[in-house]
Write a protein that binds this ligand. Structure first.
Ligand code: UDP
Length: 246
């Protein structure tokens, strides 16, 4: 594999939607919000923005609330999911603050009204902010329970006209088996949407993959912590991550 950090080809994906899980902003035990961790995430996004790429961001909320796990007993799923969606707004605010401190203009757009902290999301407003060079956060998920932020990322990517959906994880792609359990497991360099769905590879939920398939939106799964990985994929470097398409 070529060294992604040394790839200096031209950028081919000028507008991307970056999905990062809430765990990238977490403190010990993948829980809570850690400002230093958010700063490290912001540094990675800055390196991508420096290439002139227009960036929409969907950040999850799993470090604070994951509705499906929390619900049960006296807590209804719809309430737990509402809490999860609010958690994504908290995470977007932290990350946007980190980017602002690094000299980048941002806008946090929320799927629901949250007072003065964030604008209400609309695709038209989000596109205008992107065109003006701002990093746009699509926060609050889709505003409805029973969805994940992966599905939100797929919807927002299509609405924003992104050329690529980047799913930033803590592994360098999609494997045939969990590499932590089976160290020799094969990493796929590319997969079809159909294979991801049929083999239940679990990289994103099936609703998200189906939406990408129906809208012919390419997806790349990569390791957010790998130096140069984000920059390489916008340059079309297919040796990095796992590329999912038709
Ligand atoms: N959520 C929701 N609707 C959405 C997006 C998210 O109800 O459109 C809730 C759901 O409870 C989810 C939580 O918000 O578990 C946090 O999102 P997610 O689990 O996708 O976060 P991640 O795992 O990416 O950190």
């Amino acid at each position: 594999m070529s060294d992604p950090a040394r790839n200096k080809s031209p950028v081919v994906h000028r507008r991307v939607l970056l999905k990062i899980g809430g765990e990238w902003l977490a403190g010990p035990g993948d829980r809570g919000v850690d400002v230093a961790a958010a700063g490290r995430a912001a540094d990675r996004i800055v390196r991508l923005a420096t290439l002139g790429v227009e960036i929409g961001v969907v950040v999850g909320g799993g470090n604070l609330v994951r509705g499906g796990k929390l619900a049960g007993g006296a807590l209804r799923r719809t309430t737990a999911d509402a809490m999860g969606m609010l958690a994504t707004v908290i995470n977007a605010l932290v990350l946007a603050e980190g980017l602002g401190a690094r000299g980048h203009e941002t806008r946090v757009l929320s799927a629901f009204e949250v007072g003065g902290f964030a604008e209400r999301f609309s695709a038209a407003a989000a596109r205008r902010h992107l065109e003006a060079g701002r990093i746009v956060f699509a926060a609050g998920g889709l505003g409805n329970p029973l969805f994940t932020t992966d599905t939100c990322a797929a919807v927002r990517a299509v609405e924003l006209g992104a050329a690529l959906l980047v799913k930033a994880t803590n592994v360098d792609g999609v494997y045939a088996a969990d590499p932590a359990v089976e160290p020799d497991a094969e990493r796929f360099t590319s997969l079809t949407y159909g294979a991801v769905i049929d083999r239940r590879l679990g990289v994103m939920d099936i609703t998200a993959v189906t939406l990408c398939m129906e809208n012919d939106l390419p997806v790349v799964v990569l390791n957010f912590a790998q130096d140069g990985a984000l920059e390489a994929v916008v340059r079309g470097d297919r040796s990095v991550g796992t590329w999912i398409g038709s």
